[in-house]
Every structure is written in structure tokens, then in C-alpha cells.
Design a protein around this ligand. Structure first.
Ligand code: SRM
Ligand code: SF4
Length: 598
């Protein structure tokens, strides 16, 4: 008997008639939640069924079902958003969500706390403001990230954004399901919801009927500005420039941060440098890469389904040869003559990542206007006590109409501001208690955390909600040691899936378990990555309770203070010294007769 090796999700996708399934029927029934199969399909439409995990226990005690809510994710290539769109998102969050917006680590926006009865309106209204949630989640190309800085000293950054837009457009599923389900017929004004499969077959030459085995992520960066973490992408496009001209891209393949410690052979990985490609050949080459992953990615085990495992199993040379084999098919899909892309593909150019910018603070754009990079703690746009960030942004977008760019560090750039408006913008921020970059510590500036509890169904520990407190402790320790001027990345996640990319940061905290009684989280501490995102970190300590994280880091910070080389970053230091020696020093400092660590 033939054993069906495909995972359950594969069957759901294949049987969904182009991602329709029974979404329409389930949206219109009285239940407060949807079935498992529909939950899976809804991801392709940009929404996750979740439940409020804060209320789980109490509700269980009362014999009640979970408090179901939906997270709705916008796909915003390069994080480019207009003032009207940002204001629209705020309104939608107020009307249908929990009143907050969450800027994501992929330059998107998430709304949380949408109940099922408001889901259609939420997604519909997002489309009304000309944004989309289509394929923000699901086994397809995700939001394409791209350096958001609106620097116009030359044309390169605008060109990169154009690539991000065209890649996003090209790799969007061809099914009409999204439009049928969520959009309104502009001619009749009626809700256009079609029940059942399409009358004419829809052909998707890239995704077929089963889409990809897993999510796929593309990012575009500059060597001197890797703000989007190009090595963490399935496909990274690293711009190669000569003077003011874009001459091509180094194509990096197989990055990915997710891992499942309990599952064998799972690991986070940095992408590998595969080839140099001329700008006009990027689309066919990227398409060929996607097709290889479509046909050879693991469809039996979702833990092994990301493209990094294909590359790990085959080796880079075999993977590259397969991409070359798929180029004719890709060329045909892209509508370019066969043989357009020279093969074999050229070896990567020597150019590589050298710097990282977070684009915070005021910058002249090169066109006489200015942008302000505003830090947003963990990307959460909300009014909280005296810090009324949401109201400040609302006023700024209403009064000054800047365009916005969301960053992959969960911050926002307020762009295209004339010089005289700088003072007014600062005044609004001051009046609302919002801190600009000159008033926050370095460690807070270069940190971010994933949402985790109470919305994320996969969270093991807290992340976003505890990070601010942890950073306050860390700030005090760094100040005590005279290290406050150091710049290093600190990232936290509530589980090993790596949504805040903790595995290539200088310091990463990854949630591993939670105390059954107190709920206190225990974290793995990783050290030795770097700000420019080109090196993986290593486990320093495991299962450290939240309340002990700073004291467990203290000896390491002291060692750094004492033994750093001139200008050496914390991650470089940890990498040079090595985990074994760091732990030996840690041990020594903890001996009763040690004088160094108070
Ligand atoms: Fe993520 C799943 C949040 C960027 C790796 N991620 C999730 C879910 C949807 C949980 C779930 O599946 O039920 C989280 C929703 C939480 C919530 O309540 O909102 C979630 N991921 C996020 C965001 C919002 C984190 C943030 O702090 O901003 C980011 C949304 C980005 C976007 O706009 O598209 C986000 N996720 C990432 C990144 C970083 C990146 O892409 O640069 C990664 C690591 C890179 C990678 O993909 O390898 C990441 N998320 C994952 C994984 C692990 C995938 C894997 O290969 O194993 C999961 C779990 C899964 O897919 O099964 C996951
Ligand atoms: Fe959820 Fe884990 Fe991602 Fe955090 S890292 S948002 S806990 S899946």
C-alpha cells in the first residue's frame, strides 16, 4: 500500500480550490471561531486565528471555550506607507482591533484582537485604504523587505524599492479568491463573496495548486546598510553598486531563523552566497529559486520544509545547478525570451555586508527634505500612560502628512518633511511624552522583541511585555560598568521560532519554558552574533529565569569591559573569546572569594 507522505496542510491547500475552501461559509456562520482547515487557509489571506491567552485559565475554570481573536497582518513591501494609510490603520485598529498597531520585524503592520464578526470588515477596510493582507502569511512569498531609508543622493534606494514592489507583485498568488472574499464589487457596491470553486480554472504557474511547502522570504539590502538582515532571508538580494550605479545583486539563499529544538535536524541558518546576477535578471532567477523550493522542499514534515533544508541536504553547488536547470521555466513565466539569463550563473561578487543603519534620528534625504527615524518600543503603537505615541503619530500624520516607512527593527521613519516642520514634529512628540533617539539608551535603541503572550499561540514565555523591564535592568548594569556608549543588538523571542531574529544578534534571549505556578519564563541566552547580521550566535546559558538574566550576564559584561580590544563590539568580543572561556570567567567570578562582581 502506498503511504501518503504529505502533511495535512498539503491536503488542505490542494483541496481548497485556490485558497477558497469554506472560508465564506464559515465567515457567515454564528460561531466565534473557524475550523482548523479554515484557520490554515486564512493565513494565506493574512490572518491568524488566535485566542487571548491571558483569559484561558479563568475561562477554562468557568467551563468556557477560549476567547477567540484574530491577528490581521498587512503586507507592505519595503514598509512604504502613506499618511492616509497609516491613519486608516489606526482607525481600523480602534474600530475592530485592540486599539494598537504592531510594526513587525518584516516592515509590516499587525492588528490584534479582531473578533470573527469583524474580520471581513477589517480586511475589507484595509483594502479600501489600498493596502493588502494577501499572502502576508501562508506558504507563499511573504512581505518583501527592503531598506526603507528615503535617501535620494542617488537613485539606488528608489530602485531597490521598485524591485521590492515588482517581486511582491510577481510572486503574489494568482488565485482570485482574495478579491472574491474580501473586496467589494466597485460596480454594484455589493459584497463580492463567491461561494464554491471558480467557474473557470485558474492557473498559477508559480504556485500550482499546493503553493509552497512553507513560507518563503525575500529581502533586499545594501552592503553598507544591512538594516533588513539580508542573511536571514530564504532569498537575500545584496545590491552591488559602483559609484552611484546599481550593477547587480549577490543572491544569497537559504537563510532562516526558525528552529524546533525538540525536532531532530532543525536549526537556524544564515543564507549562503550563491551567485551574482544582473539587475534585469533578478526576477527570473528568483522565480527559479522559488520553483526549486516548490518542487523539492519537504512536503511531509513542516519542521523540515524551509528552503534552508534543501540546501543543507544537497549542498550549495547542487542547489545552484538545479536553479540553473529551472531558469527556462522561470524565463517563460516572467515573459522573457529563453536564454536571457546567462548560465552558469556567475559567482558572487566580492561585495559583502559591512554596516548596518537603523535610520533613527533626523536625516537630510538628499532632496532638500528630511526624515525622522522614530524608535517605537517593540513596534507597538499605543497610548500608554504618559507616553501617548499613538495620539502623537495621529497628530503628526494628520497635520504634516509625512509619508511613512516601517523598518525591520519595528520602528517608523517619518519622511519628506520640509525643514521648518522639524521643530513642529518634535514639539508634538514632546507634548505626548514620546522619546526621540537622543533620549533613549543605546541598548534600548538596538533591541526588539516578538509579540509572544498574550496573542501568539506558539509562545512559551513572555517577550514584548517583559523586554522593557529587562532593558531597564540592563541599562542600570551597563551604566554601572561604564558601557552605556556601546552599541549592540539585544533581541528577545517567546519561543525558538525566531521572529525577532535572536540568533544573529549580539545577545539573544529565547523563551524555553515557563514556571507552571508563577509563570516566570526561562530563557536560553545566545551571544556572539553581530549588529550587521552576518554571524550566528552560540548558546551561552540555558534555562535562565527572567529575574536572573541580568545577573547571569554581569560577569560577561565585566569581562568585556576588562578585555575588549579597541573598538571591539560585544558580539565580536564574545566570538573571539569563545563560550568556554566566557563560562570559565563567569565561574571564576562566582567563586565566594571573587571581588569583581558585586
Ligand atoms: Fe514569525 C510564526 C509573529 C517575523 C519565524 N510569527 C509566527 C506567528 C504567526 C505565530 C503562529 O504561527 O501562530 C506569530 C504571531 C504572533 C502574534 O501574536 O502576532 C509571529 N513573526 C511574527 C512577527 C509579528 C514578529 C514581530 O515581532 O514583528 C513578525 C511578522 C513579520 C511580517 O510582517 O511578516 C515575524 N517570524 C518572523 C521572522 C523574522 C523575519 O522574517 O525577518 C522569523 C524568522 C525568519 C524565518 O522565517 O526563519 C519568523 N514565525 C517564524 C516561525 C518559524 C519558521 C520556521 O522556519 O521554523 C514561525 C512558526 C511557524 O511558521 O510555524 C512563526
Ligand atoms: Fe510567537 Fe515564537 Fe514568533 Fe514570538 S518567536 S511571535 S513566541 S512564534
Amino acid at each position: 500500500m502506498q503511504v501518503d507522505k504529505k502533511s495535512k496542510v498539503e491536503h488542505i491547500k490542494e483541496g481548497s480550490a485556490g485558497l477558497r475552501g469554506s472560508i465564506v461559509q464559515e465567515l457567515s456562520n454564528d460561531s466565534d471561531h473557524v475550523s482548523d482547515a479554515t484557520t490554515k487557509l486564512l493565513k494565506f489571506h493574512g490572518t491568524y486565528q488566535q485566542d487571548n491567552r491571558d483569559s484561558r485559565k479563568d475561562r477554562r475554570k468557568q467551563g468556557l471555550d477560549k476567547e477567540f481573536i484574530f491577528m490581521v497582518r498587512n503586507r507592505i513591501p519595503g514598509g512604504k506607507i502613506t499618511a492616509a494609510q497609516f491613519l486608516g490603520e489606526l482607525d481600523i485598529a480602534d474600530e475592530f482591533g485592540n486599539g494598537t498597531l504592531r510594526i513587525t520585524t518584516r516592515q509590516g503592520i499587525q492588528l490584534h484582537g479582531v473578533v470573527k464578526g469583524n474580520l471581513w470588515n477589517t480586511i475589507h477596510q484595509i483594502n479600501e485604504i489600498k493596502l493588502s493582507t494577501q499572502s502576508a502569511c501562508g506558504d507563499v512569498e511573504r512581505n518583501v523587505v527592503c531598506c526603507p531609508a528615503p535617501l535620494r543622493h542617488n537613485a539606488i534606494r528608489d530602485q531597490l524599492q521598485q524591485y521590492a514592489d515588482s517581486i511582491a507583485d510577481h510572486l503574489r498568488p494568482r488565485t482570485r479568491a482574495y478579491h472574491e472574499i474580501w473586496l467589494q464589487d466597485p460596480a454594484t457596491g455589493e459584497k463580492q463573496q463567491v461561494v464554491g470553486p471558480p467557474t473557470e480554472p485558474e492557473h498559477d504557474p508559480i504556485y500550482g495548486q499546493a503553493y509552497l511547502p512553507r513560507k518563503f522570504k525575500t529581502g533586499i539590502a545594501l552592503c553598507e546598510d544591512n538594516c533588513i538582515d539580508v542573511y536571514a532571508q530564504d532569498a537575500g538580494l545584496l545590491a552591488v553598486t559602483r559609484g552611484d550605479a546599481l550593477v547587480g545583486f549577490n543572491v544569497l539563499v537559504g537563510g532562516g531563523m526558525g528552529t524546533t529544538p525538540s525536532s531532530d535536524n532543525c536549526f537556524p541558518a544564515l543564507a549562503k552566497r550563491m551567485a551574482f546576477v544582473a539587475p534585469e535578471h533578478v526576477l527570473p532567477v528568483l522565480t527559479a529559486i522559488v520553483l526549486v523550493q516548490r518542487d523539492f522542499g519537504n512536503r511531509a514534515d513542516r519542521h523540515q520544509a524551509r528552503m534552508k533544508y534543501v540546501i543543507h541536504n544537497w549542498g550549495l553547488a547542487k542547489f545552484k545547478a538545479k536553479v540553473e536547470e529551472y531558469l527556462p521555466q522561470a524565463e517563460s513565466i516572467c515573459g522573457v525570451p529563453a536564454g536571457t539569463v546567462p548560465r552558469p550563473l556567475a559567482d558572487p561578487d566580492a561585495a559583502d555586508v559591512t554596516h548596518h543603519h537603523d535610520h533613527l534620528g533626523w536625516h537630510e534625504q538628499g532632496d532638500g527634505k528630511y526624515f525622522l527615524g522614530l524608535p517605537i518600543e517593540n513596534g507597538r503603537v499605543k497610548d500608554d500612560g504618559e507616553v501617548r505615541l499613538k495620539s502623537a503619530l495621529r497628530e503628526i500624520f494628520q497635520r504634516f502628512k509625512p509619508s511613512g516607512r516601517l523598518t525591520a527593527q519595528q520602528n517608523i521613519l517619518l519622511c519628506d518633511l520640509a525643514a521648518p516642520l522639524r521643530h513642529d514634529v518634535e514639539q508634538v512628540l514632546n507634548e505626548h511624552g514620546v522619546l526621540t533617539i537622543d533620549r533613549i539608551s543605546n541598548v534600548r535603541r538596538f533591541s526588539f522583541a516578538c509579540p509572544a503572550l498574550p496573542t501568539c499561540g506558539l509562545a512559551i514565555t513572555e517577550s514584548e511585555r517583559v523586554m522593557p523591564v529587562l532593558l531597564s535592568e540592563l541599562e542600570a548594569e551597563l551604566s554601572r560598568l561604564g558601557l552605556s556608549d556601546k552599541q549592540f543588538t539585544v533581541r528577545m523571542t517567546g519561543c525558538p521560532n525566531g521572529c525577532a531574529r535572536p540568533y544573529n544578534a549580539d545577545i539573544g534571549f529565547v523563551g524555553r519554558s515557563a514556571d507552571g505556578k508563577t509563570g516566570e519564563g526561562k530563557y536560553t541566552i545566545f551571544v556572539g552574533g553581530n549588529l550587521i547580521g552576518t554571524r550566528m550566535s552560540a548558546v551561552y546559558k540555558d534555562l535562565v529565569p527572567m529575574s536572573q538574566i541580568v545577573s547571569e550576564l554581569r560577569p560577561l559584561l565585566l569581562y568585556y569591559k576588562q578585555a575588549q580590544h579597541d573598538g571591539e563590539t560585544l558580539g565580536d568580543f564574545c566570538d573571539r573569546i569563545g563560550i568556554e572561556e566566557l563560562l570559565r570567567f563567569d565561574d571564576e567570578q562566582k567563586q565566594p572569594n571573587s571581588s569583581a562582581v558585586a
